[in-house]
Design a protein around this ligand. Structure first.
Ligand SMILES: [Zn+2]
Length: 58
């Protein structure tokens, strides 16, 4: 499983994501970014930051 903590990119956000692949994490983050942070699009820079902060877990 892979894990991403939104607070790593958006300080103060407590949301965490768990998924089997980076692509699934990025899909969940895209929805969350739009609904919770008002980001219409997750640009390349944000995707790079998300990828850099994805961790392997259990
Ligand atoms: Zn967030």
């Amino acid at each position: 499983m892979k894990k991403f903590y939104c607070g790593a990119v958006v300080p103060g956000c407590q949301t965490t994501f768990l998924a089997d692949s980076e692509e699934q994490i990025l899909a969940k983050v895209a929805t969350h970014a739009r609904e919770a942070h008002g980001m219409e699009e997750v640009g390349d820079e944000v995707v790079a930051q998300v990828r850099a902060n994805i961790r392997e877990t259990g």
